[in-house]
Design a protein. Structure first.
Length: 391
Protein backbone atom coordinates (compact mmCIF):
# COMPACT_ATOMS: atom_id res chain seq x y z
CA UNK A 1 0.00 0.00 0.00
CA UNK A 2 2.43 2.64 1.16
CA UNK A 3 5.61 3.40 3.02
CA UNK A 4 5.98 6.20 5.53
CA UNK A 5 9.60 7.35 5.31
CA UNK A 6 11.37 8.25 8.50
CA UNK A 7 14.73 8.45 10.15
CA UNK A 8 16.63 5.19 10.30
CA UNK A 9 16.87 5.60 14.05
CA UNK A 10 13.13 5.01 14.41
CA UNK A 11 11.93 1.42 14.99
CA UNK A 12 10.62 -0.16 11.80
CA UNK A 13 7.11 -1.61 12.02
CA UNK A 14 4.73 -3.18 9.51
CA UNK A 15 0.96 -2.73 9.88
CA UNK A 16 -1.45 -5.07 8.08
CA UNK A 17 -5.21 -4.40 7.86
CA UNK A 18 -7.72 -4.62 5.01
CA UNK A 19 -9.46 -1.46 6.29
CA UNK A 20 -7.49 1.34 4.70
CA UNK A 21 -8.98 4.02 6.97
CA UNK A 22 -7.58 2.20 10.01
CA UNK A 23 -4.12 2.14 8.43
CA UNK A 24 -4.33 5.86 7.69
CA UNK A 25 -5.37 6.50 11.30
CA UNK A 26 -2.40 4.54 12.60
CA UNK A 27 -0.12 6.51 10.28
CA UNK A 28 -1.38 9.84 11.61
CA UNK A 29 -0.96 8.75 15.23
CA UNK A 30 2.37 6.93 15.11
CA UNK A 31 4.51 8.18 12.22
CA UNK A 32 6.50 10.55 14.45
CA UNK A 33 7.76 7.67 16.60
CA UNK A 34 7.99 4.76 14.17
CA UNK A 35 9.11 4.05 10.61
CA UNK A 36 5.98 2.49 9.15
CA UNK A 37 5.11 0.28 6.19
CA UNK A 38 1.38 -0.23 5.57
CA UNK A 39 -0.19 -3.21 3.73
CA UNK A 40 -3.89 -3.86 3.07
CA UNK A 41 -3.42 -7.45 1.82
CA UNK A 42 -1.51 -10.46 3.10
CA UNK A 43 0.38 -10.86 -0.18
CA UNK A 44 1.53 -7.25 -0.03
CA UNK A 45 2.62 -7.69 3.58
CA UNK A 46 4.64 -10.81 2.77
CA UNK A 47 6.29 -8.95 -0.10
CA UNK A 48 7.22 -6.12 2.27
CA UNK A 49 8.76 -8.66 4.68
CA UNK A 50 10.78 -10.27 1.89
CA UNK A 51 12.00 -7.08 0.21
CA UNK A 52 11.93 -4.37 2.90
CA UNK A 53 12.62 -6.22 6.15
CA UNK A 54 13.74 -6.81 8.74
CA UNK A 55 10.94 -5.35 10.84
CA UNK A 56 11.13 -5.09 14.60
CA UNK A 57 7.37 -5.71 14.84
CA UNK A 58 4.38 -6.65 12.68
CA UNK A 59 0.85 -5.66 13.72
CA UNK A 60 -1.88 -7.60 11.90
CA UNK A 61 -5.65 -7.48 11.90
CA UNK A 62 -7.23 -10.78 12.95
CA UNK A 63 -9.74 -10.97 10.11
CA UNK A 64 -8.13 -10.52 6.71
CA UNK A 65 -10.13 -11.44 3.56
CA UNK A 66 -7.59 -13.92 2.15
CA UNK A 67 -6.08 -15.39 5.32
CA UNK A 68 -6.70 -15.24 9.04
CA UNK A 69 -4.39 -13.10 11.13
CA UNK A 70 -3.19 -16.18 12.99
CA UNK A 71 -2.26 -18.00 9.77
CA UNK A 72 -0.55 -14.89 8.41
CA UNK A 73 1.49 -14.37 11.56
CA UNK A 74 2.53 -18.03 11.46
CA UNK A 75 4.00 -17.29 8.03
CA UNK A 76 5.72 -14.22 9.45
CA UNK A 77 7.23 -16.34 12.22
CA UNK A 78 8.63 -18.70 9.58
CA UNK A 79 9.91 -15.97 7.21
CA UNK A 80 11.22 -13.56 9.88
CA UNK A 81 11.49 -15.35 13.24
CA UNK A 82 13.06 -12.35 15.01
CA UNK A 83 10.17 -10.03 14.15
CA UNK A 84 7.84 -9.60 17.13
CA UNK A 85 4.19 -10.30 16.25
CA UNK A 86 1.13 -8.41 17.54
CA UNK A 87 -2.54 -8.86 16.66
CA UNK A 88 -5.28 -6.21 16.43
CA UNK A 89 -8.93 -7.21 16.23
CA UNK A 90 -12.48 -6.22 17.05
CA UNK A 91 -13.27 -9.81 17.99
CA UNK A 92 -11.78 -10.31 21.40
CA UNK A 93 -13.04 -13.84 22.16
CA UNK A 94 -10.81 -15.98 24.33
CA UNK A 95 -10.29 -18.79 21.80
CA UNK A 96 -9.01 -16.33 19.18
CA UNK A 97 -6.50 -14.93 21.64
CA UNK A 98 -5.35 -18.38 22.78
CA UNK A 99 -4.91 -19.58 19.17
CA UNK A 100 -2.99 -16.43 18.25
CA UNK A 101 -0.56 -16.88 21.14
CA UNK A 102 -0.16 -20.66 20.87
CA UNK A 103 -0.06 -21.07 17.09
CA UNK A 104 1.62 -17.88 15.91
CA UNK A 105 3.67 -16.90 18.96
CA UNK A 106 1.84 -13.57 19.22
CA UNK A 107 3.49 -11.21 21.71
CA UNK A 108 0.49 -8.94 22.37
CA UNK A 109 -3.22 -9.18 21.58
CA UNK A 110 -4.85 -5.75 21.12
CA UNK A 111 -8.57 -5.01 20.72
CA UNK A 112 -10.21 -2.35 18.55
CA UNK A 113 -10.53 0.49 19.16
CA UNK A 114 -6.94 0.74 20.37
CA UNK A 115 -5.79 4.09 21.75
CA UNK A 116 -2.56 5.71 20.62
CA UNK A 117 -1.16 5.30 24.14
CA UNK A 118 -1.97 1.57 24.26
CA UNK A 119 -0.55 0.93 20.79
CA UNK A 120 2.61 2.94 21.53
CA UNK A 121 3.17 1.07 24.78
CA UNK A 122 2.71 -2.30 23.03
CA UNK A 123 5.05 -1.37 20.19
CA UNK A 124 7.73 -0.07 22.56
CA UNK A 125 7.55 -3.37 24.46
CA UNK A 126 7.79 -5.27 21.17
CA UNK A 127 10.83 -3.24 20.10
CA UNK A 128 12.50 -3.97 23.43
CA UNK A 129 11.79 -7.69 22.98
CA UNK A 130 13.24 -7.59 19.45
CA UNK A 131 16.38 -5.81 20.62
CA UNK A 132 16.87 -8.27 23.48
CA UNK A 133 16.42 -11.27 21.20
CA UNK A 134 18.80 -9.99 18.53
CA UNK A 135 21.41 -8.99 21.11
CA UNK A 136 21.31 -12.50 22.58
CA UNK A 137 21.60 -14.01 19.12
CA UNK A 138 24.58 -11.80 18.28
CA UNK A 139 26.36 -12.93 21.45
CA UNK A 140 25.49 -16.54 20.67
CA UNK A 141 26.74 -16.13 17.12
CA UNK A 142 30.08 -14.67 18.19
CA UNK A 143 30.56 -17.37 20.83
CA UNK A 144 29.59 -20.28 18.61
CA UNK A 145 31.32 -19.10 15.46
CA UNK A 146 34.52 -18.35 17.37
CA UNK A 147 34.42 -21.79 19.02
CA UNK A 148 33.64 -23.51 15.73
CA UNK A 149 36.43 -21.66 13.91
CA UNK A 150 38.90 -22.82 16.53
CA UNK A 151 37.56 -26.39 16.36
CA UNK A 152 37.76 -26.52 12.57
CA UNK A 153 41.31 -25.13 12.60
CA UNK A 154 42.31 -27.91 14.98
CA UNK A 155 40.48 -30.41 12.75
CA UNK A 156 42.61 -29.21 9.83
CA UNK A 157 45.54 -30.91 11.53
CA UNK A 158 43.80 -33.81 13.31
CA UNK A 159 41.52 -34.76 10.38
CA UNK A 160 42.46 -32.95 7.16
CA UNK A 161 39.79 -34.72 5.09
CA UNK A 162 36.97 -33.62 7.40
CA UNK A 163 38.33 -30.09 7.61
CA UNK A 164 38.58 -29.86 3.83
CA UNK A 165 34.92 -30.87 3.48
CA UNK A 166 33.83 -28.29 6.06
CA UNK A 167 35.94 -25.51 4.53
CA UNK A 168 34.47 -26.17 1.08
CA UNK A 169 30.93 -26.16 2.44
CA UNK A 170 31.40 -22.94 4.39
CA UNK A 171 32.78 -21.23 1.32
CA UNK A 172 29.74 -22.22 -0.73
CA UNK A 173 27.32 -21.31 2.08
CA UNK A 174 28.74 -17.80 2.28
CA UNK A 175 28.55 -17.23 -1.46
CA UNK A 176 25.03 -18.67 -1.63
CA UNK A 177 23.90 -16.53 1.32
CA UNK A 178 25.16 -13.43 -0.50
CA UNK A 179 23.34 -14.45 -3.69
CA UNK A 180 20.09 -15.06 -1.77
CA UNK A 181 20.47 -11.89 0.35
CA UNK A 182 20.64 -13.90 3.58
CA UNK A 183 22.00 -11.47 6.15
CA UNK A 184 23.01 -13.99 8.79
CA UNK A 185 24.23 -17.43 7.67
CA UNK A 186 26.05 -18.39 10.87
CA UNK A 187 23.56 -21.08 11.94
CA UNK A 188 23.86 -22.75 8.54
CA UNK A 189 27.67 -22.65 8.79
CA UNK A 190 27.49 -24.29 12.22
CA UNK A 191 25.06 -26.90 10.88
CA UNK A 192 27.50 -27.59 8.02
CA UNK A 193 30.21 -28.52 10.52
CA UNK A 194 27.97 -30.98 12.36
CA UNK A 195 26.56 -32.36 9.10
CA UNK A 196 29.99 -33.40 7.89
CA UNK A 197 30.79 -35.01 11.23
CA UNK A 198 27.47 -36.86 10.81
CA UNK A 199 28.26 -38.02 7.26
CA UNK A 200 31.82 -39.04 8.10
CA UNK A 201 30.43 -41.17 10.95
CA UNK A 202 28.67 -43.40 8.41
CA UNK A 203 30.58 -46.46 7.21
CA UNK A 204 32.27 -45.79 3.85
CA UNK A 205 30.31 -48.53 2.07
CA UNK A 206 26.99 -46.93 3.08
CA UNK A 207 28.18 -43.53 1.89
CA UNK A 208 29.20 -44.99 -1.46
CA UNK A 209 25.86 -46.76 -1.86
CA UNK A 210 24.02 -43.50 -1.18
CA UNK A 211 26.04 -41.73 -3.88
CA UNK A 212 25.38 -44.52 -6.42
CA UNK A 213 21.70 -45.03 -5.44
CA UNK A 214 22.46 -48.63 -4.51
CA UNK A 215 19.78 -50.22 -2.25
CA UNK A 216 20.85 -50.59 1.36
CA UNK A 217 20.66 -53.83 3.30
CA UNK A 218 18.33 -53.91 6.31
CA UNK A 219 21.12 -53.37 8.84
CA UNK A 220 22.56 -50.49 6.80
CA UNK A 221 19.10 -48.91 6.53
CA UNK A 222 18.69 -49.09 10.30
CA UNK A 223 22.01 -47.25 10.75
CA UNK A 224 20.96 -44.53 8.32
CA UNK A 225 17.48 -44.11 9.81
CA UNK A 226 18.88 -43.65 13.33
CA UNK A 227 21.37 -40.98 12.28
CA UNK A 228 19.17 -37.81 11.98
CA UNK A 229 17.45 -38.25 15.34
CA UNK A 230 20.72 -39.09 17.10
CA UNK A 231 22.38 -35.87 15.93
CA UNK A 232 19.29 -33.74 16.51
CA UNK A 233 19.28 -34.87 20.14
CA UNK A 234 23.03 -34.38 20.44
CA UNK A 235 23.06 -30.82 19.07
CA UNK A 236 19.71 -29.96 20.67
CA UNK A 237 21.30 -30.27 24.09
CA UNK A 238 23.31 -27.12 23.38
CA UNK A 239 21.34 -23.98 24.43
CA UNK A 240 19.79 -21.96 21.55
CA UNK A 241 20.91 -24.54 18.97
CA UNK A 242 17.42 -25.84 18.16
CA UNK A 243 17.41 -24.37 14.60
CA UNK A 244 20.75 -26.04 13.90
CA UNK A 245 19.42 -29.33 15.27
CA UNK A 246 16.32 -29.15 13.04
CA UNK A 247 18.47 -28.37 9.99
CA UNK A 248 20.59 -31.45 10.68
CA UNK A 249 17.49 -33.59 11.21
CA UNK A 250 16.20 -32.94 7.68
CA UNK A 251 19.57 -32.61 5.88
CA UNK A 252 19.38 -36.14 4.40
CA UNK A 253 15.78 -35.71 3.20
CA UNK A 254 15.17 -35.86 -0.55
CA UNK A 255 13.09 -33.14 -2.19
CA UNK A 256 10.29 -35.60 -3.01
CA UNK A 257 10.05 -36.64 0.66
CA UNK A 258 11.91 -39.94 0.33
CA UNK A 259 14.93 -40.98 2.44
CA UNK A 260 15.34 -40.25 6.13
CA UNK A 261 13.82 -39.11 8.38
CA UNK A 262 10.65 -41.04 7.55
CA UNK A 263 7.63 -38.71 7.26
CA UNK A 264 5.38 -36.79 4.89
CA UNK A 265 7.38 -33.57 4.68
CA UNK A 266 8.59 -32.78 1.15
CA UNK A 267 9.46 -30.00 -1.30
CA UNK A 268 9.57 -26.43 -0.02
CA UNK A 269 8.20 -27.60 3.34
CA UNK A 270 11.63 -29.05 4.08
CA UNK A 271 13.59 -26.21 5.76
CA UNK A 272 15.63 -24.28 3.20
CA UNK A 273 18.75 -24.68 5.35
CA UNK A 274 18.34 -28.48 5.25
CA UNK A 275 17.82 -28.45 1.47
CA UNK A 276 21.05 -26.48 1.06
CA UNK A 277 23.04 -28.84 3.30
CA UNK A 278 21.64 -31.87 1.47
CA UNK A 279 22.90 -30.49 -1.85
CA UNK A 280 26.31 -29.38 -0.58
CA UNK A 281 26.97 -32.60 1.31
CA UNK A 282 26.02 -34.81 -1.64
CA UNK A 283 28.08 -32.56 -3.93
CA UNK A 284 31.19 -33.33 -1.93
CA UNK A 285 30.44 -37.04 -1.72
CA UNK A 286 29.97 -37.26 -5.48
CA UNK A 287 33.17 -35.36 -6.18
CA UNK A 288 35.06 -37.79 -3.94
CA UNK A 289 33.56 -40.99 -5.38
CA UNK A 290 33.26 -39.97 -9.06
CA UNK A 291 36.27 -37.67 -9.46
CA UNK A 292 34.16 -35.18 -11.40
CA UNK A 293 34.58 -31.41 -11.15
CA UNK A 294 32.14 -29.31 -9.15
CA UNK A 295 30.30 -27.83 -12.15
CA UNK A 296 29.89 -31.25 -13.77
CA UNK A 297 28.47 -32.77 -10.58
CA UNK A 298 26.04 -29.88 -10.12
CA UNK A 299 24.93 -30.29 -13.73
CA UNK A 300 24.07 -33.93 -12.95
CA UNK A 301 22.31 -33.02 -9.70
CA UNK A 302 20.23 -30.36 -11.46
CA UNK A 303 18.41 -33.13 -13.34
CA UNK A 304 17.64 -35.14 -10.20
CA UNK A 305 14.57 -33.18 -9.15
CA UNK A 306 13.39 -36.06 -6.94
CA UNK A 307 16.39 -35.51 -4.68
CA UNK A 308 17.28 -31.84 -4.81
CA UNK A 309 15.70 -28.40 -4.96
CA UNK A 310 16.45 -27.58 -8.60
CA UNK A 311 16.39 -23.81 -8.01
CA UNK A 312 19.06 -24.06 -5.30
CA UNK A 313 21.19 -26.42 -7.39
CA UNK A 314 21.03 -23.99 -10.30
CA UNK A 315 22.06 -21.12 -8.00
CA UNK A 316 25.08 -23.08 -6.78
CA UNK A 317 26.01 -24.12 -10.31
CA UNK A 318 25.92 -20.49 -11.43
CA UNK A 319 28.15 -19.46 -8.52
CA UNK A 320 30.62 -22.24 -9.36
CA UNK A 321 30.79 -21.07 -12.98
CA UNK A 322 31.33 -17.46 -11.90
CA UNK A 323 34.08 -18.51 -9.52
CA UNK A 324 35.86 -20.31 -12.33
CA UNK A 325 35.97 -17.04 -14.28
CA UNK A 326 37.48 -14.92 -11.52
CA UNK A 327 40.92 -13.30 -11.65
CA UNK A 328 43.38 -15.75 -13.25
CA UNK A 329 45.84 -17.32 -10.82
CA UNK A 330 49.21 -18.91 -11.39
CA UNK A 331 51.06 -21.55 -9.44
CA UNK A 332 54.12 -20.66 -7.38
CA UNK A 333 56.43 -22.81 -5.28
CA UNK A 334 57.71 -21.53 -1.94
CA UNK A 335 59.64 -22.93 1.05
CA UNK A 336 57.70 -23.62 4.25
CA UNK A 337 59.25 -20.65 6.09
CA UNK A 338 57.57 -18.31 3.56
CA UNK A 339 54.07 -19.49 4.41
CA UNK A 340 51.77 -16.67 5.54
CA UNK A 341 48.12 -16.38 6.62
CA UNK A 342 45.82 -15.71 3.68
CA UNK A 343 47.87 -17.63 1.11
CA UNK A 344 45.90 -20.10 -1.04
CA UNK A 345 47.52 -23.51 -0.68
CA UNK A 346 47.33 -25.70 -3.78
CA UNK A 347 49.23 -28.81 -2.72
CA UNK A 348 48.64 -30.90 0.40
CA UNK A 349 51.00 -29.99 3.21
CA UNK A 350 52.83 -33.07 4.45
CA UNK A 351 55.74 -33.85 6.71
CA UNK A 352 58.94 -35.22 5.24
CA UNK A 353 57.80 -38.74 6.24
CA UNK A 354 54.46 -38.36 4.46
CA UNK A 355 52.06 -37.42 7.28
CA UNK A 356 49.24 -35.16 6.04
CA UNK A 357 49.19 -31.81 7.87
CA UNK A 358 46.80 -29.73 5.79
CA UNK A 359 44.61 -30.52 2.81
CA UNK A 360 45.31 -28.46 -0.31
CA UNK A 361 42.73 -26.22 -1.95
CA UNK A 362 42.17 -23.76 0.89
CA UNK A 363 43.41 -20.50 2.37
CA UNK A 364 45.93 -20.69 5.15
CA UNK A 365 44.58 -19.22 8.39
CA UNK A 366 46.66 -17.78 11.20
CA UNK A 367 45.50 -20.56 13.55
CA UNK A 368 46.51 -23.26 11.07
CA UNK A 369 49.94 -21.68 10.60
CA UNK A 370 50.44 -21.59 14.37
CA UNK A 371 49.45 -25.26 14.64
CA UNK A 372 52.10 -26.37 12.12
CA UNK A 373 54.77 -23.86 13.19
CA UNK A 374 56.72 -26.49 15.14
CA UNK A 375 57.03 -28.64 12.01
CA UNK A 376 58.26 -25.62 10.06
CA UNK A 377 60.77 -24.71 12.77
CA UNK A 378 62.12 -28.29 12.83
CA UNK A 379 62.40 -28.39 9.05
CA UNK A 380 60.09 -31.38 8.77
CA UNK A 381 57.57 -29.93 6.28
CA UNK A 382 57.98 -31.39 2.79
CA UNK A 383 59.04 -28.73 0.28
CA UNK A 384 58.44 -26.99 -2.03
CA UNK A 385 54.87 -25.93 -1.25
CA UNK A 386 52.61 -24.93 -4.10
CA UNK A 387 50.48 -21.81 -3.66
CA UNK A 388 48.30 -19.76 -6.00
CA UNK A 389 49.02 -16.09 -6.65
CA UNK A 390 47.34 -13.57 -8.98
CA UNK A 391 48.59 -13.78 -12.56
Amino acid sequence: MTTVSASKTKPKVLFVDDEVNILHGLKRQLHRDFEMDLADTVDQALEFIEKSGPYMAVVSDMRMPDLSGTEFLKQVASAAPNTVRLMLTGNADQKTAVDAVNEAGVFRFLTKPCSKEEMTEALNAAVKRYQTNTAEQLLLKKTLVGSMDLMTSILSIANPELFGRIANMKKRIKSLAEALNVVDSWSLEVAAIFSQVMIISLPADIREKLVNDTPLQNKELEILQALPERYRKLVGKIPRMEPVADTLYFSLKNFDGSSVPIGNIAGKKIPASARILHILSDLQERQIYTGKAEIAVLSDMREETNKYDKELVERLRTLAILDSQNQPMVEKEIPAYNLEPGQFIISDLRTTNGRLLLLGGQQMSETQLNLISSYIANGTVAEPIKIAVPK
